[in-house]
Ligand binder design. Structure first.
Ligand code: C2E
Ligand code: MG
Ligand code: MG
Ligand code: MG
Length: 291
């Protein structure tokens, strides 16, 4: 039904003739098959320590890799899966792949110390008992819960704040690393920092954007980093794209960088190949140069 003359797959989002509803239905009807066929894949984006510029771990990001090789970004399918009660299936799949990978890395001299951070959707808490799910996963795969970092945004707390806060507290007590994602964007407020004792603060890339408000962004960024430090939370800055930003952010006192400067999100095999010794090189430098 949804095939077009021009391409053998259906058109995901470039086709303005296709209504949102039809596109949503197309995504949904293909999703279960895509999961089963392994089209939903785990990509990794390195996180790099500001001190010695070594990789300390990676964020797990999902990609829908179609049979014809096209890669669909999460911005396209995640909102649809969220709206239709399916996101937990994708998230569980990604979490499990992340755990399996941590298990396979366990005794590796380089990757054995890495943390993998996974995203949690606001909708997951309606379908899954997250405490049960995550504790089961680390027990099944025999991995250290510290190595699994759970990224939460404030939206996760909007509907049932008390329950969500208690849940995070229990997960933290169990030993998981808790990160607040996209801090400084959207709904994030300071009372959130008060209520959630997270281990890591991830600062939204918004503050790195080149705008006419750049000087104000810099002041706010510096203040967030100082605040996080006082609260005992290392900061991750997302969206780091240039060596100049690396220098500036190091000076401000940011602890960890995540961004295209070091790596785009890549398939696991590429990630392992890219950082064989754990040393982060700028993305533009070929890996072979160091070998
Ligand atoms: P996020 O969790 O804040 O992830 C960071 C996003 O910033 C990623 O986009 C990453 O590719 C992008 N990014 C990182 N560094 C740079 C940079 O230097 N420049 C630019 N322009 N972008 C950069 P991505 O992978 O498209 O994911 C978008 C969002 O979708 C994520 O934001 C997250 O909220 C959500 N997401 C991705 N994968 C999953 C998943 O498996 N489950 C759930 N629930 N959400 C996911
Ligand atoms: Mg994230
Ligand atoms: Mg983020
Ligand atoms: Mg984001």
């Amino acid at each position: 039904v949804l095939k077009t003359q021009e391409s053998n797959g259906f058109v995901w989002y470039s086709d303005h003739m296709m209504s949102d509803k039809i596109r949503d239905r197309a995504v949904l009807s293909r999703f279960s098959d895509a999961l089963g066929r392994g089209e939903i894949q785990l990509y990794l984006q390195a996180q790099v320590g500001a001190g010695d510029r070594h990789v300390i771990g990676a964020e797990a990001l999902s990609r829908w890799v179609c049979e014809d090789g096209r890669v669909i970004p999460p911005a396209v399918f995640i909102p649809i899966l969220e709206e239709h009660g399916k996101i937990w299936q994708l998230d569980y799949h990604i979490w499990e792949m992340a755990c399996r990978l941590l298990k396979s890395w366990k005794d590796d001299p380089v990757f054995g110390s890495y943390r993998i951070s996974v995203n949690i959707s606001v909708k997951d808490i309606y379908y899954l008992d997250l405490y049960e799910v995550f504790t089961h996963l680390v027990e099944e795969y025999k991995i250290d819960p510290e190595h699994l970092e759970l990224e939460i945004t404030e939206t996760v707390f909007m509907d049932k704040p008390k329950e969500a806060i208690a849940l995070i507290q229990r997960l933290k007590e169990y030993g998981f690393t808790i990160a607040i994602d996209d801090f400084g964007s959207g709904y994030s407020s300071l009372s959130f920092l008060k209520d959630i004792q997270a281990d890591i603060l991830k600062i939204d890339m918004e503050f790195l954007r080149k705008t006419e408000h750049q000087e104000r962004s810099r002041i706010i960024l510096r203040s967030i980093v100082a605040l996080a430090r006082e609260l005992g939370m290392p900061t991750v800055v997302e969206g780091v794209e240039t060596s100049q930003q690396v220098r500036d952010l190091t000076q401000i006192g940011c602890d960890i960088f995540q961004g295209f400067y070091y790596s785009r999100p890549v398939p696991v095999a590429d990630f392992e190949e890219r950082f064989p010794d754990g040393l982060a090189r700028p993305w533009s430098e070929p890996v072979q140069a160091e070998k």
